[in-house]
Design a protein around this ligand. Structure first.
Ligand code: KIV
Length: 258
């Protein structure tokens, strides 16, 4: 998988599959099941470190888990999250993105829209591939007052769409859109030439991502957009079922969407 392949998948109408992994064992298993993208997500704050949000995740955490994941992965594209405060200005963004690339990521992801213009542009200038993250942004949980569906009213829906178009213009390669109405997920996906990867954003996104611990039913009281694919106790089958369900558009169903 490389960056060009992502756009080709969108153009051909084939859905993109993505799961989070934070270590070599899961990365190897997902890679062998032919997942398209492995996201070393800062959700590791919740599922690995046991914290109640992602704000405690450091660059050192991300480097450690990116190295462990990337080392073993042969086929999937590796995207690594830039943690809270690691892209506070252009210089920090460039320095920290380089550290993640050196740790084995092929692309970095960070949360936010047009307010991060200088950060997107400096990475584009230095040829570092970037994945955006719009809609629900877990690193802004304190400001948002909780994990809430975004883009429900016309004003915020227009803002998210305008952010997505700006990111595309600034050379971003793909955008994760989290927890927005399915109708808006479809509108954004149809408005962009770059692929969108949805999580709680409806079936019409160009791809789907889940936190692997959610997909395997480990997380207690998961959000509505999660489906537990571990039906027969076999992690490989669960992964293959997730990939198949995304590829044939049966996941997410209406009951997983807003
Ligand atoms: O950190 C993460 O796992 C993510 C996904 C929720 C998309 O950003």
């Amino acid at each position: 998988m490389n960056i060009k392949d992502l756009k080709t998948l969108k153009q051909s109408g084939e859905k993109i599959t993505c799961l989070t992994a934070y270590d070599a064992s899961f990365a190897k298993l997902f890679d062998e099941c032919n997942i398209d993208i492995i996201l070393v997500g800062d959700s590791l704050g919740n599922v690995i470190k046991g914290d109640k949000n992602t704000l405690s995740v450091s660059m050192n955490d991300m480097i450690y888990h990116t190295q462990a994941t990337a080392k073993i992965t042969k086929k999937a594209l590796i995207i690594a999250d830039m943690p809270y405060q690691s892209y506070a200005n252009a210089e920090k963004t460039l320095a920290n993105a380089k550290r993640l690339i050196n740790a084995g990521a092929q692309m970095v992801k960070f949360e936010g829209g047009r307010e991060f213009e200088v950060c997107f542009k400096i990475l584009q200038h230095h040829n570092i591939p970037v994945c955006g993250h719009l809609g629900l942004q877990p690193q802004s949980v304190l400001k948002m007052g909780g994990y809430k569906v975004q883009g429900r009213d016309q004003h915020s829906a227009e803002r998210i769409l305008a952010d997505a178009k700006a990111l595309e213009n600034w050379g971003v390669q793909t955008i994760v859109i989290e927890c927005i109405p399915a109708k808006l997920g479809k509108q954004i996906s149809q408005s962009l030439a770059i692929p969108t990867i949805g999580i709680g954003a409806g079936v019409d996104c160009d791809g789907q991502v889940l936190v692997s611990y959610d997909m395997l039913g480990i997380t207690q009281n998961p959000p509505k957009f999660v489906k537990n694919f571990l039906t027969n106790g076999n992690i490989q089958s669960a992964t293959k079922d997730f990939i198949q369900a995304v590829k044939d558009n049966t996941f997410p169903a209406d009951k997983h969407s807003y």
